[in-house]
Design a protein around this ligand. Structure first.
Ligand code: ADP
Length: 602
């Protein structure tokens, strides 16, 4: 899809050019025009011409220290520098030369006209140009077109995004294919009396390809595509957003069949909570949107797609049947999806033939489509930096770490003791994970500091897709989180600040087990917590009495404590391997899963 966009240059740029032209004209061209036809002669010649009666008229320009004069037929103009000459006036009178200066004005008449007309012409042209630019910016036919939608319009184009460019997300594509079919052949649907959903809501975490899917629908259907972000509707003046909505729908109906895409619809579609001092502008905009969506028939050929990461915050009026009545989840890609996305993006760069995309996809578990695209690009950048002509497996693997943990900190200097502690900490995680049957094997362990602040980390790899987790698996995971701290305790008998992130994760999991998953005998299957932000970090809010909260807190402490004990026991039992592995990691700084397993089983 090609966006139709006027070229943009700062206005100052045009002003500058115009001013420069003007100055050039005034200082160079004008004197040249007016003086081109004036001949310069010396004073003696002037005097002799006066005496011989060859001068018609003269003008004495004392301030400029010159005399302009014409020949006796008033055809040629001459100029001469003034020399102190007390007889000059007498001489002119004697020769009957008129000194009214008419000729001089005549000579510069053209120049004068030009010097007035040209600047005015330039300013008129500039004014015209500027007002046209203003119009373009405001997206309408006159400069005062407030309330125009200024939606970005993408025209039909053969090289637009297609479904094949969106890897994975098969269910979402299947769902949207129906829209494409409808736009291709609305008759078929009208015949049977079926009407298309007016609005389709794409929901999912950021970077999973919602915008791409919307564009792909337009690309497949080969129809115009209006794109606007929810926040663009909300303006400083009340009523402006509503008028933008009206305008957007008016344009869309004119261009039907077409697709209107509203990104981040939660910016205008939030629940109207009726509180005093609520956002009037937003509510008006939303009301207008609701009215517009009711206002057109299902079969006009305008399909509204909207994307959001926060479906739970949308106003129920917006999601009721007849408006956004279809919801298409666009989830984080699974293993196969990740591999496909990597392959799609790898087509844009040069990669070595032996790259194992499945392994890369496995390592990048939990990454979104946008992150995977970023990983591939980072790999290409790394290849260029190292002077290779294509990206290798190592480039891809390193760039996963770059995207997850930041760049390697080249000059972070850890003391020897710190490095030892980090090595034990990381091996602690890995060893506890490996000794618990259900924990995923370790892919890689490194103690090279990263710019994110991580001093080292253990990358675990999930073998396949995981949809359900058993209680035991979660408990093991908590034990793995506590493994790092446990190793420090076992070996050094003291603890460091390095475990803060582990502690946070372990606590989060333990709390979720009790308050949301019903995995505690004391509380049973009662929801104590509700997730408020499913796609953006999964924050939850407690909904129980203060007393229960205290009991939950105690249960969380007990649960994490039990797993911590388990980790300590595992490490004490395996102390020999712990030392061996930690020393190896300390020496090598980065070890692979295979090396780890070889030493563990050796
Ligand atoms: P969202 O709108 O969900 O936040 P976008 O559609 O803007 O995400 O995706 C951002 C970028 O991520 C895209 O430009 C694309 O490069 C990449 N991407 C995301 N999902 C996919 C996918 N399924 N296939 C290919 N590329 C994807």
């Amino acid at each position: 899809m090609n966006e139709v966009k006027p070229p943009k240059k700062p206005l100052l740029y045009y002003y500058g050019i115009a001013l420069l032209l003007l100055l050039l004209f005034q200082f160079l061209a004008m004197p040249m025009i007016s003086q081109a036809r004036i001949r310069t002669v010396d004073y003696n010649t002037f005097v002799s011409m006066v005496e011989e009666g060859n001068v018609g008229s003269a003008e004495i320009q004392e301030q400029e220290n010159r005399i302009l004069f014409t020949d006796k037929d008033n055809t040629a103009i001459y100029k001469t520098a003034m020399v102190p000459d007390s007889d000059l006036t007498q001489r002119l009178l004697d020769a009957g030369v008129s000194t009214n200066g008419v000729e001089v004005e005549q000579t510069s008449l053209l120049g004068d006209i030009l010097s007035w007309v040209i600047p005015i012409a330039i300013f008129i042209a500039l004014g015209q140009f500027m007002s046209r630019k203003m119009m373009d910016r405001m997206g309408g036919p006159n400069a005062l077109s407030f309330g125009k939608s200024n939606a970005k319009v993408y025209v039909k184009s053969s090289e637009g995004i297609r479904f094949s460019d969106v890897a994975g997300e098969d269910e979402a594509k299947e769902n949207l294919q129906e829209i494409v079919n409808y736009l291709h052949n609305p008759e078929k649907y009208r015949e049977i009396g079926a009407s298309m959903p007016k609005g389709i809501l794409l929901v999912g975490p950021p970077g999973t390809g919602k915008t791409m899917l919307a564009k792909a629908v337009a690309g497949e259907a080969n129809v115009p595509f209006f794109s606007m972000s929810g926040s663009e509707f909300v303006e400083m003046f009340v009523g402006m957003g509503a008028s933008k909505v009206r305008d957007l729908f008016k344009q869309a109906k004119e261009k039907a069949p077409c697709i209107v895409f509203i990104d981040e619809i939660d910016a205008i579609g939030k629940k109207r909570d009726g509180q005093i001092g609520g956002n009037d502008e937003r509510e008006q905009t939303l009301n207008q949107l609701l009215t517009e969506m009711d206002g057109f028939e299902g079969n006009t050929g305008v399909i509204i797609l909207a994307a959001t990461n926060r479906p739970e915050s949308l106003d129920p009026a917006l999601t009721r049947p007849g408006r956004f009545d279809r919801r298409v989840p666009v989830e984080l890609p699974d293993l196969k999806g990740r591999e496909e996305i990597l392959r799609v993006h790898a087509k844009k760069i040069k990669v070595a033939e032996d790259v194992d995309f499945e392994k890369v996809a496995r390592m990048a578990s939990g990454a979104s489509g946008a992150e995977l695209a970023n990983i591939v690009n980072e790999a290409a950048l790394r290849a260029v930096r190292d002077g290779r002509r294509f990206a290798t497996q190592a480039d891809l693997e390193e760039s996963i770490e770059v995207v997850i943990a930041g760049y390697q900190k080249k000059n972070a200097i850890l003391t020897d003791q710190e490095k030892k502690i980090v090595a034990y900490h990381e091996i602690g995680h890995a060893l506890v994970a490996a000794r618990q049957s259900h924990s995923a094997p370790v892919q890689k362990i490194t103690i090279v500091p990263r710019t994110s602040g991580a001093l080292g980390y253990t990358m675990q790899v999930e073998e396949g897709n995981h949809y359900l987790m058993s209680q035991e698996e979660i408990e093991n995971k908590i034990a793995t989180y506590t493994g790092g701290r446990a190793a420090e305790e076992v070996v050094f008998g003291s603890v460091t600040t390095g475990a803060s992130n582990d502690i946070e994760q372990a606590t989060k999991l333990a709390r979720a087990m009790i308050t949301r998953y019903g995995m505690s005998k004391d509380f049973g299957m009662v929801a104590m917590e509700t997730v408020t932000n499913q796609y953006l970090g999964g924050d939850a809010s407690l909904s129980c009495s203060a007393e229960t909260q205290a009991r939950i807190d105690k249960a969380v402490v007990d649960l994490v404590g039990r797993q911590h004990e388990k980790a300590l026991a595992i490490l004490r039992e395996d102390r020999e391997k712990l030392d061996q592995l930690a020393n190896y990691l300390y020496e090598k700084e980065t070890i692979t899963g295979e090396e780890f397993m070889a030493i563990l089983n050796g």
